[in-house]
Design a protein around this ligand. Sequence first.
Ligand code: SF4
Ligand code: SF4
Length: 359
Amino acid sequence: MIYKVISKKEFTGFVDALVHSNRSFGPKQVATDHRGNAVYQFQPVHSVADIAFDYSATASSAKHFFLPFREELSHFHFHGNDWEQQISYEANPVVLIGLRACDISALNILDDVLLNGHFPSPGYLARRKNSFVIGMDHLPLPDCFCKSMNHHTVTTGFNLFCSDIGDHYYLSINSSKAFNFLREFETREPNYDDNCMLVERRKLIQNGFQTDIDVTALPTILDIEFDSPVWEKWGDKCLNCGTCAMVCPSCYCYSLTESFDTNLNGASREKKLYSCNLVDFAVVAGGHNFRPKNGDRLKYRYYHQHRGFAENASQQICVGCNRCGRACLAGINPKDVINDLRMEKESCMTCVSSSPRKI
Ligand code: SF4
Ligand code: SF4
């Protein structure tokens, strides 16, 4: 990693030059919610003036630039008794501006799943390689819990990360592309004061969290609480809409469908992002549904996020952005569900005697 400091004025010129010559997306206000709060999304930007650098969080995450909601994986062409399969990937270069640390962490988790397995996803790889990611730090929102998940800072997965130190940004440069782009602009080596301001900025962020979730030994608690009434309690509220997985930066489950062209000369195989909360997610051939109850489906999502992945990849998949909690019309959020499970376990600790003493 190389560190530089750039004035905010110079940085504005840098971003302007980038967005003028590249397909770029940044946070923009797109609506106002029922409480009067601004709703932001990553949108196409054509000049630095289009970008809301002071945004809070986007309603949808940046994962959709890498995992589109719908994509054709292959097309089949039939010729007489034969057929051929055509596979093509489209990955146009893209500049993404203003991603938060937890959003970049979520991309690192997706990298783990989609690139580091036995069968890396070529489409995802092409999109990831053709992106230029600029991260920006921010003060936590009241309901963010990314510090609890240890994703309030990030050291990989971006080209450039900007920490706000007053009139300047403290830049963490993580790619030769970013280094070379920046050579055209005036930057300097960080001095003692810049380093102090960076440490102060990090402390301010660290101490700004108002939401904390105790995730200590959560995979074990989930094992113990497999039959907990907590799942039914929250499951009964769930509308099975799948919104939580759609807005989540690290959910990647999908469905595959195959359909014939109307002229019957070909067929296509299509991938669509899906959610384990949807009623038919666990339906198999013959019509049996392995998870017919709301509570079972909700539980499955929490097990994938906080237990299964933790066992396989030594980390929980949730980065603590609380997009799912904000978007859920039924008022279901990770903090309340996980706290309920913890209380369930702790109430059971009060009614059993302590471990027997060795005689
Ligand atoms: S957003 Fe809420 S209601 Fe919709 S599936 Fe997720 S938990 Fe259920
Ligand atoms: S808080 Fe919700 S949306 Fe954010 S990473 Fe965790 S599960 Fe996904």
